[in-house]
Write a protein that binds this ligand. Structure first.
Ligand code: NAD
Length: 385
């Protein structure tokens, strides 16, 4: 029987420019939006590869503040620094250039600025529009499209990643320029590409899935399946890079409009509390999370298997999805990503603690198959260890 359709879909205004060389239109876009005093959040790798210099040339006097040493996973101790800079230079737009971390920092600073201003206006409860964020992604992580940020807080010597959602956080302008991804190293191509694939997979079985999110997730899987390995093997293949960036865009669209589930939640715990790079955690956990969810989600995931080129006609959904899981596992292996938690510095003795932390993660709680006991999560971590 067909699933009865019932859903809620929240849209938000975003302008997206996609194409090789589109970065050159940044200045013109700023004119159109009347943004005059811009701050840039980025990393040293973007200084080394010349992308920051390109933006400096494009924006001339309008780039007034530069915060180019953003650390991975948006650290709380860096937020105050970014915020002070934004206030000092009275910025009216913030660019996040790079992967999910600098884009996340741009979102956090924009959100925190509004909070500070509201406090100064005698605790006005009225929420103002945020200083807009311009996202220019150079990985496939997908943060550029979402109304969410994560920040890693340090309390009593423990690091813990928390996420904040608000539609106003969604970047206003996103520039996808595949030329900026040509120098993304193979291991980051692989890990952030698997991150994009995972967003599509979890969107398909999300408890808040809806027709547009399902459609873009399946298109994303098709694009990623046909281009990720090519990008890994020949990073300078512009056609493959453009197709992969399109896949990441579609994955980001799916991510932005549904709640994520077990896989996403476990990766956040591993990133925030065990220091595992986000994309690497994605690769290790994805096959295990899919297998855990297999019996409850096979009918939603069978179209994913089909989108990956796996024959599904005349067979039961679970066996097709199991073949997809094996194909993903093989792809991760071919791209030489770590496949075990023990290989990325996670100690076996950490697993019970990480499992307990995961239980309070919102994405884990939103998993379509209920996860109510830390023992369930520990079993997944042990299988991945
Ligand atoms: P990242 O931003 O931490 O970047 C990883 C590394 O890639 C950095 O060392 C960076 O310098 C390097 N890099 C990026 N682009 C490069 C390029 N073109 N050439 C060379 N080096 C380059 O990692 P990420 O995987 O992009 O993002 C992960 C972070 O983003 C995590 O904290 C994750 O939680 C967050 N995230 C948030 C959302 C969201 O919706 N809020 C979505 C996805 C990811």
């Amino acid at each position: 029987m067909q699933e009865m359709q019932e859903f809620r879909y929240t849209g938000f205004a975003q302008e997206i420019l996609f194409g090789a060389g589109k970065l050159a239109q940044l200045g013109e876009a700023l004119e159109r939006f009347h943004w005059q005093r811009v701050m840039l959040c980025s990393t040293q790798s973007q200084r080394r590869n010349g992308h920051i210099a390109a933006i400096e040339r494009l924006l001339e006097g309008r780039l007034v503040a530069n915060f180019e040493h953003v650390q991975p996973h948006v650290q709380d101790f860096q937020v105050a620094e970014g915020l002070a800079l934004a206030r000092e230079y009275e910025v009216d737009a913030i660019i996040g250039l790079g992967g999910g971390s600098p884009i996340g920092m741009a979102k956090v600073v924009s959100f925190a600025l509004e909070g500070q201003e509201r406090e100064q206006q005698a605790n006005s409860p009225i929420e103002q529009p945020l200083v807009p964020v311009i996202a220019i992604p150079t990985t496939y992580a997908g943060s550029e499209l979402t109304p969410v940020y994560g920040v890693t807080n340090h309390v009593d010597g423990q690091a813990r990643k928390v996420t904040v959602s608000d539609v106003r956080i969604a970047p206003r302008l996103i520039i996808y320029d595949p030329l900026l991804t040509l120098d993304l190293p193979p291991e980051l191509t692989a890990s952030t590409g698997i991150n994009a694939l995972a967003h599509c997979i979890e969107a398909l079985y999300s408890i808040t899935r809806n027709p547009p999110s399902t459609a873009v997730a399946l298109s994303g899987i098709r694009a990623i399946t046909s281009s990720l390995l090519r990008c890994y093997e020949a990073g300078d293949d512009l056609e493959a890079r453009a197709e992969m960036l399109n896949g990441a865009f579609l994955a980001g669209m799916a991510l932005a409009h549904v709640s994520m589930a077990l896989h996403h939640g476990l990766c956040h715990v591993l990133g925030g509390s065990a220091g595992v790079p986000h994309g690497v955690a994605n690769g290790i956990i994805l096959p295990h999370a899919m297998r855990f969810n297999l019996d409850a989600t096979a009918s939603q995931l069978a179209p994913a298997a089909e989108a990956m080129g796996i024959a599904t006609a005349g067979r039961d959904a679970e066996s097709a999805v199991e073949e997809a899981i094996q194909a993903i596992y093989a792809l991760i292996g071919r791209m030489r990503l770590p496949q075990r938690l023990r290989d990325v510095g996670v100690q076996e003795s950490d697993l019970p603690h990480l499992a307990r932390l995961a239980l309070s993660n919102r994405s884990v709680q939103n998993n379509p198959k209920s996860v109510t006991d830390a023992v369930q999560v520990e079993a997944i971590f042990r299988a991945a260890w």
